[in-house]
Write a protein that binds this ligand. Structure first.
Ligand code: PLP
Ligand code: ZN
Length: 451
């Protein structure tokens, strides 16, 4: 590898053994735990056994960053995207940003959710507004830039759907090629995005975990730049910008607790990194508690956490959940995810698919934010955590709505039917509407009552 590296990065540190590497020395994972740069994997079969262990964490030179970047300089910054934090991101100054703006999504205060959830305040981070409809855009934009820096012309990823859609969209904007591995069971809307954006798409007849291993093999064989979550060290660096935005949007008064749906664990690990960066810079005064919400049928991290196990060697499970974006039998960023929860006094919370689905219309009607199942899982998790006494009535809580409800309309319709929310079918006559309107708002029509 001969590419240049950003001068504000000190090292890449292995999350398993702590060894540090010069940024130019390793492209993906720690050579002692995985296959670093594409060659066939011949190392010890710890954890996944496919060469994807030893995820690296980017270590920054905070003194250098602090000297040139401040909250005050940000206050005057007109860049309404995640690139307002560029001095804290692992890219060279001259690398072009994909021309599809990412980030700076709204943080919506939702007082009715605060009442319902029994918290002091609830804010919804609305990632449905991202250009391809999920938080994954934050990481995929960075992947395109790192691929450019590495001189690659083709990028590949495995995905449950959203990371792929994000990569496909960013590649379309930046005129790069990408190869996608997704389970054939991925929701139609996500596959439609891939096709429309011009990605080369492999629909894998298997799980996300199978797609992940296939993608690793293919990138080793063909030399494609690999964006895989929990393998490429820079993906949590993109996702961490959500933490920066939350704090800036709250006037640098960090929330007490943050809830997010967890599959691979990259988002929660990224949030942890973002808050750690801000603490190191002295921009926030304390670390929020991070809560990772898992579906009952995809609860690897919950189980490992509950039993005090080492997430490196805890065995994979078979994952089944309606929330496809958080279905992961072997969470690939499980070390960073576990550190995020254990290191902040948070918890993993488990919710049933029925609670996740019920959370979709609840979140939508009380905040206006329309989320896919994995996006509403965070809200369902807050409710469960409140019942367990993990959240108090004074807590200021952020719920991440990680992906748009338009990503999985089938699941949303099921969710509504399950809780008896249904449309009224009428004949095309005013009389039919009149008959049906009587019961719409209970006994007294609200407009008649206010006259
Ligand atoms: C990817 C994703 C998640 C989970 O993120 P991980 O990093 O896999 O834990 C949650 N919600 C949505 C909508 C996602 O696309
Ligand atoms: Zn290592």
């Amino acid at each position: 590898m001969h590419e240049n590296h950003p001068s504000h990065i000190l090292a890449l540190r292995c999350t398993v053994c702590g060894r540090e590497y010069a940024p130019g020395a390793v492209r993906y994972v720690c050579p002692d735990h995985g296959a670093p740069d594409g060659g066939p994997y011949g190392g010890p079969a710890v954890g996944s056994g496919d060469g994807a262990d030893g995820v690296l964490d980017v270590v920054y030179d905070y003194d250098a960053i602090r000297a040139a970047f401040s909250r005050e300089s940000l206050a005057g910054c007109r860049e309404a995207s995640q690139w307002r934090y560029r001095p804290l991101l692992p890219v060279l100054p001259e690398t072009p940003v994909p021309p599809l703006p990412v980030g700076w999504t709204p943080l919506v205060e939702a007082p009715r959710l605060a009442v319902l959830g029994g918290a002091g305040a609830v804010y919804v981070k609305d990632e449905s507004r991202q250009p391809t409809g999920s938080l994954k855009d934050r990481a995929s934009a960075l992947a395109v830039m790192k691929a450019r820096e590495a001189g690659a012309t083709v990028i590949t990823t495995a995905s449950t759907g959203n990371a792929a859609a994000a990569l496909a969209g960013m590649c379309a904007a930046a005129a790069m090629d990408c190869v996608i591995f997704v389970p054939e069971s991925a929701p139609q809307a996500k596959i439609a995005q891939l096709l429309a954006y011009g990605a080369r798409v492999f629909l894998v007849q298997g799980t996300y975990d199978a797609a992940f291993s296939l993608c690793l093999e293919a990138s080793r064989e063909y030399g494609w730049y690999n964006r895989n979550t929990g393998y490429n060290p820079y993906m949590s660096e993109g996702k961490k910008t959500a933490a920066y935005e939350i704090c800036e949007q709250l006037g640098w008064n960090a929330p007490d607790a943050v809830f997010v749906g967890v599959g691979d664990g990259c988002i929660i690990g990224g949030l942890h990194k973002g808050f750690r960066d801000l603490l190191a810079l002295g921009w926030i005064a304390r670390m929020p508690r991070l809560y990772g919400v898992q579906a009952e049928g995809s609860d690897y991290l919950y189980r490992a956490w509950k039993s005090g196990a080492d997430p490196l060697t805890f065995p994979p499970i078979a994952a089944h959940t309606v929330a496809d974006s958080i279905a992961a039998g072997l969470p690939r960023d499980r070390i960073k995810a576990m550190n995020a929860v254990r290191g902040t006094g948070g918890a993993f919370v488990r919710v049933a698919d029925a609670a996740i689905l019920a959370g979709i219309p609840e979140l939508a009607r009380h905040s206006g934010v329309f989320a896919e199942p994995a996006g509403a899982a965070s809200w369902a998790g807050l409710r469960a955590a409140r019942e367990q006494g993990l959240v108090g009535p004074e807590d200021r809580v952020v719920v991440l709505a990680t992906g748009s409800g338009l990503k999985d309309v089938g699941a949303v319709l099921t969710a509504c039917a399950d809780v008896k929310i249904s449309p009224v079918t009428v004949a095309p006559t005013p009389a039919a509407v009149r008959r049906a309107a009587d019961g719409l708002f209970g006994a007294v029509p609200p407009r008649a009552a206010s006259r």
